[in-house]
Design a protein. Structure first.
Length: 313
């Protein structure tokens, strides 16, 4: 296990380095001049030149990159151009909110997508199978912002069952937190649940044609044991891949959902930063998102190891 994990960590290092280079390079392509933004409305040439020297903006790009990379390794992501506050604490404050939203959305998708996919595979060609596929296609096709608005109109405006938006920490009020997060989590998890249902169905249909499944049935094992212990366990590998990578997508794709429900999370942070041309915040958020995808891929590899007997052998 340790050898397998060490190999995956070593393989992730070049990817992480490439992500830092891409993030820094794309930052240089963004419109606008940091020195002009910091100089304010007067834009005195002497003040602009002083700012360039202070922040090392006149240095060659490789030197700027290595300085930024060294600061990043020490946890220094710079300061917001709009507020002057350190970017690192801003991310640490907002990220848990989006992680909670993504985790709840993932629970929704797993609870809906995997059982539906299993039943659809077992009842292939039935009305239930066709109905599940129609629902899955609808879930993938529905725009998240439209679904969010419709849920707000129904459950907040018409029925007055749930708050329309906002955020309360679960440490302060767990009930209020869940009441505000259930709708955005459902909206965010709908498309993933539909995709997970189709992947689960496809994986189960492929596995159920294998010889070891027919052998298990020939031994007289119950259908429940054959499905859950033999078929599902081997079908979990592609599902684990989807789950791990889609969790990163949920974190990165929470932008619209957080805007619709006014949740002050990671997505809203980067939207506000883009509109305010707060480049250090944009850079840090993009980097954190890229690192998150690499970490989720690493967790997927660990999941393979735990589920697949071939890798452990």
């Amino acid at each position: 296990m340790l050898r397998f994990l060490a190999d995956r960590l070593l393989a992730a290092i070049p990817t992480l380095l490439l992500i830092t280079i891409i993030v820094f390079g794309l930052q240089q392509l963004l419109p606008g001049d940091v020195a002009l933004i910091l100089a304010g409305d007067e834009r005195d040439p002497a003040a602009i030149e002083e700012i360039r020297e202070l922040y090392g903006l006149n240095d060659p790009l490789p030197i700027q990159y290595f300085r930024w990379f060294a600061d990043m390794l020490q946890g220094d992501f710079g300061r917001s151009l709009r507020t002057g506050a350190p970017v690192g604490p801003m991310i640490l404050e907002k990220l848990p909110i989006t992680l909670e939203l993504a985790a709840l959305a993932l629970l929704f998708s797993i609870a809906i997508g995997i059982p539906t996919g299993i039943i659809s595979a077992i009842r292939k060609g039935s009305a239930l199978d066709y109905g599940a596929n129609i629902v899955a296609l609808s879930g993938i096709s529905l725009p998240s912002f439209w679904l969010g608005i419709m849920l707000i109109l129904l459950f907040s405006v018409q029925l007055d069952w749930l708050p329309a938006g906002g955020y309360v920490s679960p440490l302060e009020d767990l009930g209020g937190n869940l009441a505000r997060m259930i709708m955005p989590a459902f909206v965010l998890g709908t498309a993933l649940a539909a995709s997970m249902m189709r992947h689960t169905r496809s994986a189960m249909l492929s596995v159920m044609r294998q010889d070891y499944v027919r052998t298990a049935r020939a031994k007289g094992l119950s259908e429940r044991t054959v499905i859950l212990k033999h078929a599902l366990r081997n079908a979990l590998v592609p599902i684990i891949t989807l789950t791990a990578l889609q969790f990163g997508t949920l974190v990165a794709g929470a932008v619209l959902t957080e805007q619709v429900f006014n949740i002050p999370g990671f997505g809203k942070l980067i939207v506000d930063a883009v509109f305010n041309r707060d480049y250090p915040v944009v850079q840090a958020v993009t980097l954190a998102t890229g690192i998150g995808f690499v970490l989720m891929s690493l967790l997927a590899d660990i999941g393979y190891f735990l589920v697949s007997p071939k890798l452990r052998g």
